[in-house]
Design a binder for this molecule. Structure first.
Ligand SMILES: *[C@@H]1O[C@H](CO)[C@@H](O)[C@H](O)[C@H]1NC(C)=O
Ligand SMILES: *[C@@H]1O[C@H](CO)[C@@H](O)[C@H](O)[C@H]1NC(C)=O
Ligand SMILES: *[C@@H]1O[C@H](CO)[C@@H](O)[C@H](O)[C@H]1NC(C)=O
Ligand SMILES: *[C@@H]1O[C@H](CO)[C@@H](O)[C@H](O)[C@H]1NC(C)=O
Length: 346
C-alpha cells in the first residue's frame, strides 16, 4: 500500500497492524540508511520533519531478518485555493482555466460545476490535463454566475468559488484572415480586410464592431479607424513610402460592458510606390489630401502635413464634401474627417 504524509511534518509508519513487542529494523529502499527518525516501543518509525528525500519504500524486519511489513511513502501538501479565470469567446461558450496556488506534489482529482443565479448546478466539463473546463449554452441572461472547482488529493480537499458576469467577460477572439495591401495609384492609401473570428457566430443578432490601428514602422503613435460589420476599410492617410504596421480587433457591438479582443498579429505593409512623376506630367491637376484623423478613443489627435499645394476656395468645397460624406456614411466613427480635393499648383 501507499501512505501519504505532509511535507515538513512528522510522519509515523506502523510496522504492520499488530503491536510488536520485539525489536524491529527499518530500511528505506532496501538500504539501512534512514532520514532523521526515531523508533517507538511498538516498533513504529517516526520520521521527523520530512522532506522530499524521505519518500520511498519503507520495510520493517524482525530481529531474525524476516520481512514484517512494507509501505510506500509519498509526501506532499493538501490542495490550496485555485486561481481561476474564465474566457467567453461568444454567447454560447464559457471556458474556465485554473492554476494551483499551492504545489501539492500529489495527484489530484477535480470536480467543477457552474450555475446562474438561483439555478441548478450544472457540470463544467473537465479537461484535467489542460486544467480547464467548458460550459456550453450558459444562461447568458443571468447577471451573476458562479463556478466552483473542488480539488481533492490524498491529504485533503479544497473548493474554490468564483463569481462573475458573463456579459463583462465576453471577449471575441481576434479577427481572422487579416490582410493589408497597397492600393495601386494611391501612395498614401492602404486597404485592410478581415474575417469574423471563426468562434463568433455569423448571425445578425451578434454584430461586431472593429477597430483598425496603423502607424509607420518606428512611430510611437497609432492612428485608429473604427468600422462596423463589413470588411474592408481604406486607410487614407498612410505615410507615403513607409512600411506600416496594421492590426485589428473586435468587440460585441451591442454590449458596451464587453471587452475588446486581443489585437490581431502585426501586419507589415507598404503603400503603393509607383511613378507619380509621370502622372503629374500628364495631368494639369495633382491630387492633394488634407485630413485630420481624430482618435477620440485615447485623445490622441494627429494631423498630417498639409501638402504644398493649396487653394482656399477649394477648401470650402471640400468641407461641404466632407459633410455630405459624413451624412452618407454608415459608420459614425469612421475616419472623423477626410478631405480630398483637387487643386492647382501655385
Ligand atoms: C516532530 O517531532 C519532534 C520530536 O519529537 C518534536 O519536537 C516536534 O514538535 C514535532 N513536530 C511536529 C510538527 O509535530
Ligand atoms: C527511494 O526510491 C524512490 C523510488 O521508488 C526514490 O524516489 C527515492 O528518491 C529513493 N530514496 C532514497 C533515499 O534513495
Ligand atoms: C464534486 O464536488 C462536490 C462539492 O462541490 C461534491 O459534493 C461531489 O461529491 C463531488 N463529486 C465528485 C465526483 O467528486
Ligand atoms: C463559441 O466558441 C467556442 C469556442 O471557441 C466554439 O467551439 C463554438 O463553436 C462557438 N460557437 C459558435 C456558435 O460559433
Amino acid at each position: 500500500g501507499t501512505q501519504y504524509g505532509h511535507l515538513e511534518s512528522n510522519v509515523t509508519l506502523a510496522c504492520g497492524k499488530s503491536q510488536f513487542r520485539i525489536p524491529v529494523v527499518w530500511h528505506l529502499n532496501h538500504s539501512s540508511a534512514l532520514p532523521w527518525h526515531k523508533v517507538t516501543s511498538d516498533g513504529a518509525l517516526v520520521l521527523l520533519h520530512v522532506g522530499h528525500s524521505a519518500q520511498g519504500i519503507y520495510s520493517c524486519y524482525d530481529n531474525r531478518g524476516l520481512l514484517l511489513h512494507s509501505v510506500k511513502l509519498r509526501l506532499g501538501h493538501p490542495p490550496g485555493l485555485l486561481s481561476i479565470s474564465c474566457q467567453v469567446p461568444n454567447h454560447t461558450h464559457v471556458r474556465c482555466s485554473w492554476m494551483e496556488s499551492v504545489k501539492t506534489f500529489l495527484p489530484a482529482q477535480y470536480n467543477a460545476s457552474f450555475r446562474g443565479n438561483g439555478q441548478e448546478w450544472m457540470p463544467c466539463v473537465m479537461d484535467v490535463t489542460r486544467k480547464h473546463c467548458d460550459v456550453d449554452h450558459p444562461a447568458f441572461w443571468q447577471t451573476i454566475h458562479t463556478l466552483r472547482i473542488t480539488e481533492t488529493n490524498a491529504l485533503g480537499s479544497e473548493t474554490t468559488y468564483v463569481r462573475f458576469k458573463l456579459h463583462e467577460l465576453l471577449k471575441p477572439n481576434p479577427p481572422e484572415s487579416v490582410f493589408a495591401k497597397e492600393l495601386e495609384g494611391y501612395p498614401k492609401r492602404l486597404i485592410v480586410s478581415w474575417n469574423f473570428p471563426s468562434s463568433w457566430p455569423l448571425h445578425e443578432a451578434f454584430p461586431l464592431v472593429f477597430q483598425i490601428r496603423y502607424r509607420p514602422q518606428g512611430s510611437m503613435y497609432w492612428s485608429e479607424v473604427s468600422k462596423q460589420e463589413e470588411s474592408p476599410v481604406v486607410i487614407f492617410d498612410a505615410l507615403a513610402g513607409h512600411l506600416h504596421q496594421v492590426q485589428i480587433r473586435a468587440r460585441d457591438e451591442v454590449n458596451a460592458d464587453s471587452q475588446w479582443s486581443e489585437w490581431s498579429p502585426l501586419l507589415l505593409v507598404r503603400p503603393w510606390e509607383g511613378q507619380t512623376e509621370n502622372l503629374q506630367n500628364t495631368h494639369t491637376h495633382t491630387h492633394t489630401h488634407m485630413y485630420a484623423t481624430s482618435t477620440s478613443h485615447n485623445g490622441v489627435i494627429s494631423f498630417s502635413l498639409i501638402e504644398k499645394y493649396f487653394v482656399g476656395v477649394q477648401l470650402l468645397l471640400c468641407i461641404s464634401r466632407v459633410r455630405q460624406r459624413r451624412r452618407n456614411h454608415v459608420t459614425k466613427q469612421e475616419l472623423t474627417s477626410m478631405v480630398k480635393m483637387k487643386s492647382m499648383p501655385i
